[in-house]
Design a protein around this ligand. Sequence first.
Ligand code: COA
Length: 151
Amino acid sequence: MALSVFTFLFKDFEFFKLAYDIRNEVFIKEQKVPVEEELDGLDPACIHFLGLYENTPVATARVRYIDKDTWKVERVAVIKEQRSKGFGKEIMENIENEAGKKKVSKLILNSQKNAIDFYKSLGFESLSDEFFYEAGIPHVQMEKILKESQN
Ligand SMILES: CC(C)(COP(=O)(O)OP(=O)(O)OC[C@H]1O[C@@H](n2cnc3c(N)ncnc32)[C@H](O)[C@@H]1OP(=O)(O)O)[C@@H](O)C(=O)NCCC(=O)NCCS
């Protein structure tokens, strides 16, 4: 199933609203993340991704510049009814492609415990066996070094 993915900035507010509707459903309503933690004020500093399936927004993520080589991937979410169809993987592949175009060679993220195997299936590695807590949810730091050919 092909997802049509595009990127935008916070100032493109009509697109941000579509992405935020997904985050609201997934993180705030489903996972009970407090709204003030979900809306952390960093969205204006991010590049946002939105995936449409049959013209309906189903997946989102954002990436944040850390340094010239590194992006941090955050807020990866697929609406519940559309999971396990490859959409999460497609959003992440789009992020890697964009990173490649911008000569970014490393992606880092904090994975929720229940998403570790999802990221491992995409080539990310855990940086520690120790969990830390964000919004009451156990997380682990992961990273993926992007191959030369992607740059
Ligand atoms: C994590 C999430 C984004 C995965 O999206 P998805 O569209 O369901 O995943 P995909 O269908 O693209 O799966 C890609 C691969 O990861 C695997 N996978 C997906 N979710 C998994 C999970 N929770 N545990 C183990 N493996 C998983 C799939 O089996 C698939 O493997 P394959 O390519 O070998 O078949 C989605 O479950 C989600 O939005 N969860 C709630 C929000 C969340 O926890 N986000 C992560 C924050 S760190």
